[in-house]
Design a protein around this ligand. Structure first.
Ligand code: S3P
Length: 430
């Protein structure tokens, strides 16, 4: 499906973003391993989280979907059953990497795979530590999916992550639930800590010792009533659009503002964007708040602060839309972002190609991009490569460009935000 988008009315009103995708995956998986029934409100409607639910169903977990929440009667730590079919993680890196940690702890074999994009994404980063723990894993050439995992009888390890990745960290911590002793991981740069928070909430013994995250095996996890905050990475598209489009002012409700995840908000404030976090609260260890943002007329004259080193890891999912903001303001330099080449698409190439098609001047480097900024963008045909964040980021570009922008494979937005285009249209009607 091609979606066309063009400049027009400002964004005004209140926005309800979907439940946080990262947190939803983790709640579903831990609820499945718990004793008793968990009720999860505001569970993400994303296709990625549907993939997680479907895989869990194939492993014997009953999941009841209600209007406002999902109910998951837990099977207990050792209660999953062998799937009759190949597990399909779809487009979701979080599903395949986190679930592989759980599958490595099971006394049965499983095969897990995904769509064309996921089948090109590197899995050696989880295969290596899981093999060190004693799991038998076969993969396609180059350490790619499908993964055949024969688990059980895992050894505890102390593992230093070679890449900053919350998915890899989480995979090892989940495998650690089934190990024969204390498992520990250390990350080169702190990444989102939703797994650690959720594990503690469900009753696992997990702690930080020096810079090591340690988890004890064989906890009794208990089912919980939980409510997922709304997804900041989805909110990012509306926040940047409101800052860019004259006359805009929006309020985003109940957005997750976990300190390990809220770098976008601090970054935009540093960039001078008029943004406020209101009504802050916390539930189940996850911070949340409402965000108010309005048009910033001075933005086009200012370069954005560079994104490099640790900041790159903290903004990893927001770099596509910040690149659009960079092109429409006074420019942006992104470094240390090699990881963006192995996301749902090669995002550095996708950003460079599409910004150039819209008339921006962009230098592409092995680990980043330099965007000149200061020039108006013109409408163009956007190649998304089926990558949801590229589709949504360039929809924001289309709102600010001269002429018409065509977003190809626009339905891919559903990977994280099925109602994205409807939500945008509604905000522009007010
Ligand atoms: C995620 C971690 C990040 C992020 C992804 C979601 C998670 O991936 O890009 O969208 O839920 O743990 P990496 O761990 O590969 O950096």
């Amino acid at each position: 499906m091609i979606h066309t988008i063009q400049r027009g009315r400002p964004l005004r009103g209140t926005v309800l973003c979907p439940g946080d995708k990262s947190i939803s995956h983790r709640y579903a998986m831990l609820a499945a391993l718990a004793h008793g029934t968990s009720e999860v409100r505001n569970f993400s409607p994303s296709l990625d989280c549907r993939s997680t639910l479907q895989c869990l169903r194939s492993l014997g977990v009953e999941i009841l979907e209600q209007r406002e929440s999902i109910l998951i009667p837990g099977r207990g730590l050792r209660g999953l059953t062998s799937a009759a079919e190949v597990l399909d993680a779809g487009n979701s890196g979080t599903t395949i990497r986190l679930l592989s940690g759980i599958l490595a702890g099971q006394h049965f074999s499983s095969t897990i795979t995904g769509d064309e994009s996921l089948s090109r994404r590197p899995m050696a980063r989880i295969i290596e530590p899981l093999r060190l723990m004693g799991a038998k894993i076969e993969a396609a050439d180059g350490g790619l999916p499908p993964l055949r995992i024969r688990g059980g009888g895992l050894r505890a390890v102390r593992y230093e992550l070679p890449v900053a990745s919350a998915q890899v960290k989480s995979c090892i911590l989940l495998a650690g639930l089934f190990a024969d002793g204390l498992t520990a991981v250390r990350e080169p740069v702190a990444t989102r800590n939703h797994t650690e928070i959720a594990l503690r909430q469900f009753g696992a013994a997990i702690r930080l010792s020096e810079s090591w995250i340690e988890i004890e095996p064989e906890p009794k996890l208990n089912g919980l009533g939980l409510s997922v905050p709304c997804d900041l990475s989805s909110a990012a598209f509306f926040i940047t659009a409101a800052a860019l489009i004259p006359g805009s002012e929006i309020l985003l409700h109940d957005i997750g503002t976990n300190p390990s995840r809220r770098a976008l908000l601090d970054y935009l404030k540093l960039a001078g964007v008029d943004l406020a976090v209101l009504n802050e609260s916390e539930s189940a260890g996850e911070a949340r708040g409402d965000i108010r943002v309005q048009y910033d007329p001075a933005l086009p004259g200012r370069a954005l602060p560079p994104i490099q080193a640790e900041l790159t890891a903290s903004l990893i999912d927001e770099i596509p839309v910040l690149s659009v903001l960079g092109a429409l303001s006074g420019g942006l330099v992104v470094r240390d972002a090699r990881e963006l080449r192995v996301k749902e698409s090669d995002r550095l190439a996708a950003i460079a190609r599409n910004l150039r098609a819209m008339g921006a001047e962009v230098e592409e480097h092995a680990d980043g991009i330099a965007i000149s900024g200061g020039r108006p963008l013109r409408g163009a045909k956007i190649e998304t490569w089926g990558d949801h964040r590229i589709a949504m980021a360039f929809s924001v570009a289309g709102l600010a460009a001269d002429g018409v922008t065509h977003i190809t494979q626009a339905e891919c937005a559903g990977v994280s935000f099925p109602q994205f285009f409807e939500t945008l249209a509604r905000l522009r009607q007010r």
